[in-house]
Ligand binder design. Structure first.
Ligand code: ZN
Length: 131
């Protein structure tokens, strides 16, 4: 701990952590902290295990459900944690996370008119399906 702690007071470590959390690069952090180098900052970040805690991109694509193919519907069926829980996995609509049916179910109407339109479409769909 002794030789590893060169210049890293609790205060500086706290500062480093918050600057890192803000998304600053190692060299920017080194400049802010002063009296240290980019490499020292990187080393410290590594030792603190902060590298992996930093989100790589602001919005992970497809919610990070890697076990599903990109083109399959990820509508959850059942309850997470239960043995019969699974995803729909039908063919998803292009650039959408769900199949046509679940795209429709996930869509939140913005106003009363859209809500009414949606109900009307649904009724029409049922009428067609039942004929
Ligand atoms: Zn689906």
């Amino acid at each position: 701990m002794k030789q590893d702690n060169r210049g890293w007071t609790d205060e500086r470590v706290a500062r480093l952590k918050s600057l890192w959390a803000e998304g600053l690069s190692a060299s920017q952090i080194a400049r802010r902290l002063g009296n240290t180098t980019k490499n020292a900052v990187i080393g410290k970040i590594n030792r603190l295990g902060l590298i992996s805690s930093r989100p790589k991109t602001p919005t992970p694509r497809n919610g990070g459900m890697e076990n599903l193919k990109e083109s399959s519907c990820r509508w959850p069926i059942g309850h997470p944690g239960e043995s019969d829980f699974h995803y729909c996995e039908k063919k998803a609509e292009p650039s959408r996370p769900y199949c046509l049916e679940h795209c429709d179910m996930s869509y939140q109407p913005k106003n009363e008119k859209e809500k009414a339109d949606r109900v009307a479409r649904k009724l029409a769909g049922i009428a067609v399906a039942g004929s």
